[in-house]
Design a protein around this ligand. Structure first.
Ligand SMILES: C[S@@+](CC[C@H](N)C(=O)[O-])C[C@H]1O[C@@H](n2cnc3c(N)ncnc32)[C@H](O)[C@@H]1O
Length: 166
């Protein structure tokens, strides 16, 4: 489903310049733009991006939110440092946060609401490359979803939705 958000507050604009990390550009590629377009976002969505790298997709999500929030997580401290440095405007707006944690260890903080949408792009723990880690990751994500929450990964057109049936 394509998001079709119209209007809303002025877009958040980042001016920070950040270098490439692990060959992943800090800019929004056409690949990641297509991913963000395919997410069923609403202005109030609570979104979790797993394996955000330098944060380009989460920044694009934040710019589509009004009262919603996107949390960008990555197990790499270097990635999170880049995401934070490149997302100052979005973080200051209150629409984006970053956290250094592996998805297999992710838990909601006390009082933190669950997420409506989880997405991950090119993250081995969620795309079947590492089944044991994938099982643990899905347990963590199931516990972090809001009622009706949905999980998307790459490998579809461009995304595929994971079945949450046990
Ligand atoms: C290939 S990069 C992809 C970055 C971004 N999603 C993209 O498509 O441009 C994979 C990212 O996922 C992170 N990552 C890999 N396994 C992870 C895990 N188990 N938990 C959290 N982050 C993970 C890596 O540190 C890296 O930043």
């Amino acid at each position: 489903m394509k998001s079709s958000l119209v209007g809303g507050p002025a877009p958040v604009t980042s001016t920070a310049v950040v270098p490439t990390l692990f060959g992943v550009t800090a800019r929004l590629s056409s690949r990641l733009a297509a991913v963000v377009d395919a997410l069923p976002l609403t202005p109030a969505s609570r979104v979790l991006e797993v394996g955000c790298g330098p944060g380009a997709a989460s920044r694009a999500v934040a710019q589509r939110l009004e009262t919603g929030f996107v949390l960008a997580i990555d197990r790499s401290a270097a990635a999170i440092a880049q995401a934070r440095a490149g997302s100052k405007a979005e973080i200051a707006s209150g629409r984006m946060g970053v956290r250094c944690v592996a998805v297999e260890s992710f838990v909601l903080e006390p009082g933190e609401p669950g997420f409506d949408i989880v997405f991950a792009v090119r993250v081995g723990a969620l795309d079947g490359r590492h089944p044991a880690a994938g099982h643990q990751a899905m347990q963590r994500l199931l516990a972090a979803l809001a009622p009706g929450g949905r999980v998307f990964i790459d490998g579809g057109d461009p995304l595929q939705e994971l079945s949450l049936d046990s």
